[in-house]
Ligand binder design. Structure first.
Ligand code: MOS
Length: 732
């Protein structure tokens, strides 16, 4: 086990031979850019230092489906400070309108409520916003579909699920497993729409240079993104530009949680507007309300789970059928059932995904897309099986541990789920637990504990490159277009660079977040460190081969990672175990999490300080989804009505107790030269299930849909031993 509170940056002492005694990897180095952030000196996208910026405000459709028949911007344009109003009749044309999410201001059709139909350009943010209110729009409205229901007549099977998993999977005979099982858990679980809600809204400052010289950027964007090269790759073809003509920087990002992993329509609108201002830069920040329609979100799910087992709890069949939602204008198929394919042994197994295409905003990535909602269902179902066969839920999971990947037959690489469960049970004090629900009472509170497993795949994105350049004084510049969205990536890449070059941490200067730097993939899929770090190690080795250990100033090498033959050969995943203790008030149904512990197996931990922050951040977000998070759509109008942080409740300090996140002390021999996997997403997986399982243990009330709001615990059963003879039972 590693503790999480090792010290801060320290100089690396050397031995007599000059070799470094202390490797940078494994040190609890504080965030390199931390001081800039806490002192307010960090420049975020909206604050980019530019001359005479203009300000943009978006006008959004008030119908969910139909056609814009007229836009009257006379009054808006007459407002002092308003420079122009662009709509589909006068905006510059895009080269491609194939992607309907990005085809802003190109036509009169409306595909969802909140779609961008005009943009006001003004001398001040106030004038832009007021101008947007004055734009008058008329529509020819058509009937829309915005109600997500299990029996949607238009349900369809997508060709694949995000990013490229088979939609369905079938092994053995699930029907026979159900017939022959001693015990069957057959239940439906639901998860709601959820919005990423980063603290910094999606924002950018953009400039279009009509006189750019050959080889110079035409479009410059200071954006808030998880992938500078990703923005270039998406936007350049839309505007008929070469990649070299788009320059994107994103030095500081106030959170993304997946919603900044891909460009969204505001990026396109800002670039369109910047073409019309005679070279003046434009600034655009989405309002909090606009984030609920224009920046992606997690689809709601309806999941049927069947677990077929023998009388001891050994699984003979697993069936997971998912219904979820996409937008009719652009498909996003969340991979909700993929974790089910490798979690537990069972000879008969079936997983499937079906989508309801609705006239609604476009869903996208949100922290652990797939694993988060899918493992909620799987791990509550496992708790129900434990209840049905009278087996301890930790032991039930260990009993069903597979020897090889149960779907592919591949060998697992470094699968340590059992170790996580055992270590967690020991740290949490699980051994004394009473299996019966409702057995523990403390005054007006029923107390329970719950467990759930977590998993997340190991991804390493291909195509990353890094440049190493020798500087004065034995120092090195390391360049890669990676992104630090608050995770600590800059710090961690500096540690990897120092070790790869065999120098002190202070002797490397790592530059990231600029599309002029070597190509780097998205800060997503928990794959940043693995993907970028491998490129840095590869480039460092190539540099040493070319230039040796005493290079001349200016010597430089650009290279990518060595190939990894283990990818595709082994089933590579991270695992974890989540433990929660919570209390439910017998009068009000109020839930209070008392303790949370996560034990993770995520490969080598590069930096225990930033890693702990990622893991407890993920766990906090997971507890938040268990307790509060839910976006409510009004199907009559087709938009999310809980479109602010008052009605879309995310956990605050008062909701979250001390959380403990620990990890197995390990180095993964199969993944990459660092021996790491990924930590950005696994912390959220399983947390909501642990909450639901603990709530059942506290009360005997089984809740199969999140969030676990108080109303779900208002009829606490009078049969509960804890309530017998208590006045609360009279209300049941
Ligand atoms: Mo993350 S949802 O893969 O950006």
């Amino acid at each position: 086990m590693s503790s999480h509170d090792t010290g801060s940056t320290r100089p690396a002492p050397t031995t007599d031979s000059g070799a470094l005694e202390v490797a940078a990897i494994g040190q609890g180095t504080r965030r390199i850019e931390g001081r800039l952030k806490v002192t307010g000196d960090a420049t975020y996208a909206y604050e980019a230092d530019v001359e005479r910026p203009l300000y943009l405000h978006l006008v959004q459709s008030t119908i969910a489906k139909g056609t814009v028949t007229g836009i009257d911007s006379t009054t808006a344009r007459a407002l002092e400070g308003v420079v122009a109003v662009l709509d589909h009749t006068n905006a510059p044309r895009l080269e491609s309108t194939e992607d309907a999410e990005y085809a802003a201001l190109q036509g009169d059709s409306v595909g969802f409520r909140g779609q961008v139909i005009a943009v006001v350009i003004a001398e001040s943010v106030e004038a832009a916003r007021e101008g947007a209110l004055l734009v008058e729009v008329t529509y020819d409205e058509q009937e829309h579909r915005a109600d997500f229901v299990a029996d949607d007549p238009e349900l369809y099977k997508p060709e694949k699920v995000n990013p490229a998993f088979p939609t369905d999977s079938n092994v053995g005979r699930m029907d026979r497993a159900l017939e022959n099982a001693d015990v069957v858990v057959d239940q439906t679980y639901r998860t709601p729409f959820e919005h990423n809600s980063p603290m910094e809204p999606h924002a950018l400052t953009a400039r279009w240079d009509h006189e750019a010289a050959e080889g110079e950027p035409v479009l410059f964007m200071h954006a808030s993104t998880q992938a500078v090269h990703g923005v270039v790759k998406t936007l350049a073809p839309l505007f008929g530009l070469d990649a070299t003509q788009v320059h994107v920087v994103s030095p500081f990002v106030g959170g993304g949680f997946g919603s900044k992993g891909l460009p969204h329509v505001h990026d396109v609108v800002a670039a369109l507007a910047a073409q019309t201002t005679g070279g003046r830069p434009v600034r655009l920040a989405l309002t909090r309300q606009q984030l609920f329609a224009l920046a992606g979100y997690r689809t709601a799910t309806i999941q049927r789970f069947q677990l077929a087992a023998d009388s001891t709890g050994r699984l003979v069949g697993i069936n997971h059928e998912v219904i979820e939602q996409t937008s009719a204008i652009k498909e996003f198929a969340e991979q909700t059932a993929i974790a089910t394919r490798h979690m537990y042994a069972a000879p008969n197994r079936h997983t499937s995904h079906r989508l309801a295409p609705l006239d609604v905003a476009v869903p996208s990535w949100m922290r652990a897309p797939g694993e988060m909602p899918g493992m909620f269902a799987h791990e509550v179902a496992m708790d129900e099986l434990a209840e049905a066969v009278g087996v301890d839920p930790v032991e039930l999971r260990i009993l069903n541990e597979p020897e090889t990947d149960p779907e592919t037959g591949q060998e697992f690489g470094h699968r340590k789920l059992v170790e996580c469960l055992r270590e967690g049970a020991s740290r949490f004090g699980w051994a004394d637990r009473d299996l019966r629900p409702g057995a523990t009472r403390d005054g007006d509170w029923l107390v329970g504990t719950g467990v759930a497993a977590a998993t997340y795949p190991y991804y390493q994105q291909p195509g990353n490159r890094a440049t190493i350049r020798a500087l004065e004084g034995g120092r090195y510049a390391v360049e890669i277009g990676a992104a630090d969205i608050g995770t600590g990536a800059l710090t961690v890449l500096s540690q990897i660079s120092a070790d790869a070059l065999g120098v002190r941490l202070g002797d490397v200067e790592v530059a990231i977040a600029d599309s002029r730097l070597p190509v780097a993939t998205v800060a997503g899929g928990s794959a940043g460190t693995a993907s970028w770090g491998s490129a840095i190690v590869g480039a460092s080795r190539a540099f040493r081969e070319e230039h040796g250990t005493s290079p001349s100033v200016g010597d430089e090498t650009t290279a990518g990672p060595a190939g990894n033959p283990n990818m595709g050969k082994y089933s590579l995943h991270s695992f974890g175990a989540q433990f929660v203790e919570l209390r439910v008030n017998i009068w009000t149904g109020e839930l209070r999490v008392a303790r949370a512990l996560g034990v993770f197996s995520a490969g080598r931990i590069i930096n225990p300080v930033t890693a702990r922050s990622q893991l407890i951040g993920g766990m906090t977000m997971g507890l938040s989804t268990g307790l509060f998070e839910e976006s409510v759509r009004d199907p009559r109008f087709g938009h999310i009505v809980t479109q602010d942080l008052a009605s879309y409740h995310v956990a605050s300090h008062a909701d979250i107790p001390e959380i403990e996140a620990v990890w197995l002390d390990e180095t993964d021999p199969l993944t990459n030269p660092m021996g790491s996997r990924g930590i950005g997403e696994i912390g959220i997986v399983g947390a909501a299930a642990a909450v639901a399982n603990a709530a059942w243990h506290a009360t005997g009330v089984r809740v199969r849909d999140i969030p676990l709001t108080a109303d779900k615990f208002l009829d606490l059963s009078p049969e509960l031993p804890a309530l017998k003879g208590h006045p609360a039972a009279a209300f049941a």
